[in-house]
Design a protein around this ligand. Sequence first.
Ligand SMILES: Cc1ncc(COP(=O)(O)O)c(C=O)c1O
Length: 330
Amino acid sequence: MSQFGTEFCNEISLVRYEDGAWQTPSIEPLAPLPMHPASHVFHYASTCFEGFKAYRWQDGKARIFRLHDHVARMQKSAASLRLPVPDADLLANMVIGLVAHHIRDIPEPPSSLYLRPTLVGTLQNIGAAAAPSTEATLFVLASPVGDYFAGGAQTLKLLVEDERARTTEQLGSTKTGGNYAAALAPTLEAKEKYGVDQVLFCPDGYVQETGAANFLLISDDEIITKPLDTSFLHGMTRDSILKLGAELGYTISERNFTVAELLERVSTYEATLSGTAACLSPVGTLVYKGEEISVRDGSAGPNTAKLQKALQDIQYGLAQDTHGWLTEVG
Ligand SMILES: Cc1ncc(COP(=O)(O)O)c(C=O)c1O
């Protein structure tokens, strides 16, 4: 299968917000979107999006993972950018309709259909820097994706960055393009300078997250991760792993911890990124102030694998969904 995010189903679901109301969504051929050059999004970055997956089980039906939680997160993002907030039912039904339409295009687990609802401000006004976009387009793009680790699970190398922030405090928990733009240059510079895969942002010396994933420390009996606040994205994978971890007997420590504690803990704790694309991605090495620090022996650890399996078994239909995380389609 092609690289993650580069292959698309040939239709999208689309709806416009005009004259103060959401219009009727329709499934349309995948094609360039005509947009006026004065559209608010091009100038003032009024855009947010979501990312989650649908899996096709052996029974031929699809299951969307945590659809309603992703819809709620999208609504929060839209509200924080003062974009028209899509009704939960409208957006959920657009996703369900598109998944139903493309059910035969969903590859079998561990592959899946990645869904990318996107909302952009289309008000035609280049003088609206301090005004909201009162017109918008919402669409759902669908992309069949393969197993992220098809080439074998490699551990990641992260730069521990305690000087530059990933993004701003007020947009930290908003899933908006500007956050990725802000993290891009520091991440590319770190790749060039230190050969790392990602940057772990640690503003004021406290461990936060990377450009596109949350961060967890895991031992045989504890999971440590930053508590929810407005500075970082509230990942569904993080939330799901914490809930499953508690059920598996891990102590869940949602608390702030410093870079100093991180560097000390990784001699015995596993470290992992968490996010929809790759689920859990084990970290093998940290780079801090030019020095390399190995996470345990540098290889992927058993607790990360155990928690990942617990989550994927639910997604793939191999374990019961006792939390009501799956929406059946088909
Ligand atoms: C900045 C950021 N943090 C964390 C995550 C992980 O979130 P989730 O587990 O909901 O995919 C993502 C990915 O969506 C992200 O972009």
